[in-house]
Unconditional design. Structure first.
Lengths: 201, 346
């Protein structure tokens, strides 16, 4: 049921620094810190003076990523305790952003999806946003039946965190919802759901 | 000639049936004894009287019941209708197109009177007589697309054209073959077709997109699509899959004739004049196997088509559980005689 190379799935091309941008906003989660740290040579003084980092450690807590990012010496560094607080701050930043602002997002797919939704709400074109997938393959999944979103799904099928139906994780992705689609797996024969498999660690 | 509209249901007791005249006008989609994906586009031109193509927007005996079923779906789940904010001009384009086509094709049932931007729309089957200002949303009880698609058979998507692609940015989708507007809205042509097997690799979508980007105003085009549905259920949405999914396990050799339906979509595509968007009409027709075998040519051809399907299509169309039972049942009506070319009854 997982279709290779599904066309609705975003392609994360990697965090290449756009030298002409007048402002760089980096929204980073966990291992996503390394997507920027690995680009250190591309960050000259001009770029650093125009850069702002919003970081949430999550699974990378205690690995020192925040110190390494702070040490880059960007114009601004903000460490958020949770994804929700980071997204709140990102909204504030984009509300006052000017032409020439470039947004970079790196981390798990669920985080990229949520940060992307904030950017789309502010009228940014998805194709202009630079993304890199780092860390876990866990998915953010919307139940097509009750519409509830479950975060950090590593198994398929899994039990919807809202309505409890056993859901197959499809390889169909909505940028507007920042989520993959979950569909009841045993609808035709209730009770016949196979054992969960760890597919997205 | 006035249509005799039926009182019938697409849920619960499933009283939907086709009259003998309506079976003859059914848009049977197979012009040969096998099936595979193709960019099967043809000009959407008027056809003969007594076919589903006698008007470019078809109205048939199921109109009133189908509109009632749509209202029930929307009451349960209002997200089946959605339109992104930049689609308002395309919404008015669509309202104009559907009113004009329905009034032109079925003047005894629909009348449109235009006086500048003051329009009066009379829909006799549904008992509607509204006067409104074209272009002024506040003069209608719903947004223009929702208003007119509560009065037109089939699903309707409006796709916006920009960046060399088509974007699913508005729609009324309550009679769908298992896809979700709520999930797919905002996607581009390749993305919303993402889950379809085989066709991407065959280049079908690349060619279809290229063709549609050049679609001209006044030259609508159409293609067929098809699947099968157990019970005459219009709303086979993914949202409600956990409710209708068990139907697929309910087919037995005794009930094939009643329960198993051929579900045909006549998809027509229209360039809209003001917005340059494309209206995508997905008109669904249902016919059970008892009805299908009343046309000998179709009774011979359909089991042959079902026998030649690639496994990926059987899985994607959800036919796995009842395809063989259906072929076995239909084969009694196939004497092996050759079938004539084309889709229409002999």
């Amino acid at each position: 049921m997982l279709v290779e190379g599904i066309k609705s799935r975003p392609v994360y091309t990697g965090l290449s620094i756009q030298p002409r941008a007048r402002r760089h906003i980096f929204a980073l989660e966990g291992e996503g810190a390394h997507a920027l740290l690995d680009r250190k040579p591309a960050l000259d003084d001009t770029a650093l003076s125009r850069s702002e980092i919003l970081y949430v450690a999550r699974g990378s807590q205690g690995k020192g990523n925040d110190e390494a990012l702070r040490a880059l010496g960007t114009d601004m560094f903000f460490a958020a305790p949770t994804i929700a607080t980071l997204l709140f701050r990102l909204r504030g930043t984009l509300t006052t952003a000017h032409m020439g602002t470039r947004l970079y997002i790196a981390g798990t797919e669920g985080f990229i999806g949520q940060a992307m939704m904030v950017a789309l709400d502010h009228g940014m074109d998805h194709a202009s946003i630079v993304t890199e997938h780092r860390g876990s393959l866990a998915r953010r999944v919307q139940c097509v039946h009750c519409k509830g979103v479950t975060e950090d799904v590593t198994h398929s099928p899994f039990s919807c965190g809202h309505c409890g139906l056993p859901l197959l994780v499809r390889d169909h992705y909505s940028r507007r919802l920042g989520a993959f689609q979950g569909v009841n797996i045993d609808a035709e024969e209730p009770g016949s759901a196979p054992d969960p498999e760890e597919l997205f660690l | 000639m006035a249509i005799a509209f039926k009182q019938e249901t697409f849920r619960d007791d499933f009283s939907y049936r086709n009259s003998p005249e309506n079976i003859r006008r059914f848009p049977f989609p197979f012009d040969r004894d096998e099936y595979m994906y193709a960019v099967n586009m043809e000009p959407h031109l008027k056809g003969q009287k007594g076919t589903a193509f006698e008007s470019l927007i078809d109205v048939d005996e199921h109109y009133v019941a189908e509109m009632h079923d749509r209202a029930l779906v929307l009451k349960e789940d209002p997200l089946r209708y959605q339109a992104l904010p930049h689609m308002m001009t395309a919404q008015w384009d669509t309202l104009e197109l559907l009113m004009e086509e329905q009034a032109a094709g079925f003047p005894e049932h629909f009348t449109l009177i235009r006086n500048g931007d003051q329009w009066r729309w009379i829909n006799r089957p549904l008992g509607i007589d509204d006067t409104f200002t074209f272009g002024d949303r506040s003069t209608l009880p719903y947004e223009p697309l929702e208003y007119i698609t509560r009065q037109a058979q089939g699903d309707f998507c409006i796709v916006d054209q920009r960046d060399g692609n088509l974007w699913m940015d508005a729609g009324m989708v309550t009679t769908q073959a298992d896809w979700s507007l709520d999930f797919d809205i905002g996607m581009n042509f390749m993305e919303w077709h993402g889950p379809v097997p085989l066709a991407h690799q065959m280049g079908v979508f690349d060619r279809a997109l290229k063709f549609l980007l050049n679609l001209q105003q006044g030259k609508p085009t159409r293609r067929f699509n098809w699947t099968m549905t157990i019970n005459p259920r219009l709303d086979t949405s993914p949202e409600n899959y956990h409710k209708w999914g068990p139907d697929r396990a309910s087919v037995t050799p005794e009930n094939v004739g009643e329960k198993v339906h051929l579900r045909v979509e006549v998809q027509s595509l229209w360039r809209l004049p003001r917005s340059n968007a494309i209206l995508f009409v997905i008109r669904c027709y249902l016919m059970n196997m008892n009805e299908l075998v009343t046309v000998p040519k179709w009774a011979r051809r359909f089991p042959r088509v079902l026998s030649t399907l690639p496994p990926e299509l059987i899985d994607y169309k959800g036919l796995t559980r009842y395809r063989q039972t259906t072929i076995d049942w239909l084969s009694r009506f196939d004497d092996g005689a050759p079938t004539s070319p084309g889709t229409f009854p002999d």
